[in-house]
Design a protein around this ligand. Structure first.
Ligand code: URA
Length: 205
């Protein structure tokens, strides 16, 4: 597939979308990345989580949220008694964007053109899964879902309604929790993250 082409299938199944996204060349991020990291989870999930983009571990594994951020996410869900396997988990951008520093690959934020190019996949995942609730992890995800005016730190942990009536909220990204300096700050950030996610308990997903 030539760069810029959009091999988006007519067929709406997640399997068809995943297969098509594997060959996506809509932006240049596919080239240095190992593979497309598509969303995963049941097609009839009631809750759909959106992250930013795969990290180093996800790029290698081909699955979302399996690295350090994923472990924070898993721990928070487990603490709330929520089973991740029941949810659909995806990212706003499906390829890992990074900068090489010696042997490490450092995460870089996707720019607006890359986010816009990838948008079709999240839209199709949302249209196929049709969740009751969308949860955004971090500012990039929140802007992909609510638009650029969304202010994460002011609006986190509060219910929003999407144009089609779907209920949604945003919280911080688990990597942001890990980036807090000092045990106390990290502990507080994590507790607040869990508290935001506890909104899900009120709707018993
Ligand atoms: N960070 C994300 O936003 N998504 C992942 O899948 C992993 C880390």
């Amino acid at each position: 597939v030539a760069e810029g082409e959009a091999p988006v299938p007519e067929d709406d199944s997640l399997a068809a979308l995943r297969a098509a996204a594997a060959g996506c060349r809509r932006c240049p991020l596919w080239k240095p990345a190992t593979q497309t990291v598509f969303g995963e989870g049941p097609e009839d999930a009631r809750v759909l989580f959106v992250g930013e983009q795969p990290g180093d571990a996800e790029d290698l594994a081909g699955r979302p949220f399996v690295g350090p951020a994923g472990r924070v996410f898993d721990r928070a869900l487990a603490e709330l008694g929520l089973e991740r396997a029941r949810f659909y988990v995806t990212n706003a951008v499906k390829h890992f964007k990074f900068e090489r520093r010696g042997r490490v690959r450092l995460h870089r934020s996707p720019d607006p053109s890359e986010r816009a190019a990838c948008r079709i996949w999240l839209e199709r995942e949302l249209a196929t899964v049709r969740p009751d609730i969308v949860v955004c992890l971090g500012a990039i995800a929140a802007r992909a879902v609510f638009g650029n005016k969304f202010r994460l730190m002011q609006q986190r942990g509060t219910w929003q309604t999407l144009p089609d009536g779907t209920r949604a909220f945003a919280t911080v990204h688990p990597s942001w929790v890990l980036r807090q300096r000092g045990d106390e700050a990290r502990r507080e950030a994590y507790a607040h993250f869990v508290d935001d996610l506890s909104l899900l308990l009120k709707v018993r997903p």
